[in-house]
Design a protein around this ligand. Sequence first.
Ligand code: GCO
Length: 260
Amino acid sequence: MQDTRRTSLFDLSGRTALVTGSARGIGFSLAEGLAHAGARVIVNGTRADTVEQAVGRLGAQGLEAQGRAFDVTDEAAVAEAFEQWDTKGVQVDILINNAGIQFRKPLVELELSDWQRVIDTNLTSAFIVAKQAARRMIGRGTGGKIINIGSLTSEGARATVGAYTAAKGGVKMLTRAMSAEWAAANIQANAIGPGYILTDMNQALIDNAAFDAWVKSSNPSQRWGKPEELVGTAVYLASAASSYVNGQIIYVDGGWLAVL
Ligand code: GCO
C-alpha cells in the first residue's frame, strides 16, 4: 500500500520519461512538464537538429534532458534506440506516445499512401514504441507508465480528417488492449484526449476565422487550449497518484465533449 503521508504522490524524481514527438508542440510541453515534476526526460523527433534544440531549451531551465532522433514508425530504429539505452543503463519508466501528424483531405480524394502514413504515425507508432518499453518494464518487474495521446476524434469524426480519426479511435482501444495485457505487471496504460490546442499542427485552423469561431462556440470554455494545460493530467498519469487507474482516456478539452 502506498503511504500517501510520506511520499509525494506526483513526484517523478528518479524516473526517466521518453516523450515521442517532443521537439515542439504538445510533446515539448509534456516533456517540459514532466521534467519540472522531477523526471529525466528523453526528447525524440525525426530530426537531430530540432531534437538538440529542444534539449537545449530544457537544459537552459536547469532540467535534465537528453535527446534521441528516430522515426517512431521504423521498428528497427526504435529497437536500436532501446538497445543503446540498455547498454547505457537508461531505463524508460514513463513513455508518452505523442508523435503524430495531420493530413486533411476528403476520404474520396485521399491516396492510400497518405492514409497509411497517418495511420502509421498516429497509431502504429504507439504499438511499436510501447512494445519495446513494456517488454523491459515487464522484464525488470518494475512496472511503468504508458500515456498515449488520443484526440477529440477518438470519440467523434470531423470531415476531412478520416485517417486521423480512424487512428485516434484506434489509440483509445489500443490503450485498453495495453491495459488488458500489462496491468498485472503494474503498468498503467492510459490516454489523454486533448481538445483543440494552439499548436503548429493546427496553425491553418487557428488562422481560419470560421474554424476559430467554431472552436470557440463548440466548447463551454469558449477558447482554444494551450499545450501546457495538458501537463497536469500527464504528470498525474505518470505518477504514483494514478497507480490504480488503467485503460482510461481523459479528455482535456475545456468541456467540449460534455455539452451539446
Ligand atoms: C483537426 C485537428 C485535430 C485536433 C485535435 C482535436 O484537423 O481537426 O488537427 O486533429 O487538433 O486532435 O482533439
